[in-house]
Design a protein around this ligand. Structure first.
Ligand code: NAP
Length: 250
């Protein structure tokens, strides 16, 4: 069993998730770096953590597939023998479309990955961390988006709705397990400079959007990771059910 507290970060191979993995390792967490297809990116995050003297392992799994989520937690059990934190970070966008153009397949994928994947992963974490199940407690941070508040018209209202579901899920689960040693919070990033915009067909979106952001610049993955790792930490011991905007004022 690891002496260190163990953190699983879904989508830990790139972007915000990778920044969380590296920062959490610096703060003393042993880290399971989940990825779905980019093994090289996950291996690079693991190598960076190990080179700095930390503990990390890459774990493949699609959060859009229930069996993969179960297997991912079993892999963490086997490798580390414990789990103390979960960051539900893996998430997808899609091409800009109006709702009257969207296919059922698109909507099903959006909700399966962003919503159901996060809920199932939280279920597995609670089954292991909650004192009700004999666990020692822990912390969950869900990654929402300012889209949940803005609605993202003509871009991806479906994505915005999936993140609004994450907000409500965060508040509900936080209250459900509040006496069981498990804190549950969310972070709402604004426009952050990562690969996600390229996957939505607009690689330069973060910088093109600077004028719409009160601070006149996109955020960095590091700035979001700072907030997430804080919410995981014991200085945040009285914070649960909170949703923290990390959005440059947007
Ligand atoms: P990103 O750069 O596109 O990275 C996505 C990460 O998620 C990768 O590690 C990817 O793994 C993984 N992933 C994607 N689908 C997955 C699946 N089905 N199962 C497991 N892992 C999966 O994304 P990001 O910008 O860092 O976004 C991270 C989170 O922040 C998302 O929930 C996103 O909605 C949210 N967010 C981002 C922004 C922004 O402006 N960037 C704003 C608000 C909210 P592979 O490397 O294997 O592909």
């Amino acid at each position: 069993m690891s002496d260190k507290p163990v953190l699983l970060v879904t989508g830990g191979s790139r972007g915000i998730g990778a920044a969380v993995c590296v920062l959490a390792a610096q703060k003393g967490w042993a880290v399971a770096v989940n990825y779905v297809s980019n093994q090289a990116a996950a291996d690079a995050v693991v190598a960076e953590i190990r080179a700095a003297g930390g503990e990390a392992v890459a774990v493949r799994g699609d959060v859009g597939v229930a069996a993969d989520i179960d297997a991912m937690f079993v892999a963490v059990d086997k490798h580390f023998g414990r789990i103390d934190g979960l960051v539900n970070n893996a998430g997808v966008i899609d091409l800009s479309q109006r709702v009257d153009e969207m296919s059922a397949e698109r909507l099903e994928r959006m909700m399966r990955v962003n919503v159901i994947g996060s809920i199932l992963a939280a279920r597995e974490a609670v089954r292991r961390m909650s004192t009700r199940h004999g666990g020692k407690g822990g912390a969950i941070v869900n990654i929402s988006s300012m889209a949940a508040v803005i609605g993202s018209p003509s871009l991806y209202v479906d994505y915005a709705a999936s993140k609004a579901a994450i907000d409500t899920f965060t508040v509900g689960l936080a209250r459900e397990v509040a006496t069981e040693g498990v804190r549950v919070n969310a972070v709402r990033p604004g426009i952050i400079d990562t690969d996600i915009h390229a996957s939505g067909g607009e690689p330069d979106r973060a910088h093109r959007s600077a004028s719409m952001i009160p601070m006149q610049r996109p955020g960095t993955a590091q700035e979001v990771a700072d907030a997430i790792v804080y919410l995981l930490s014991s200085p945040a011991s009285y914070i649960t059910g909170a949703i923290l905007n990390v959005s440059g004022g947007r």
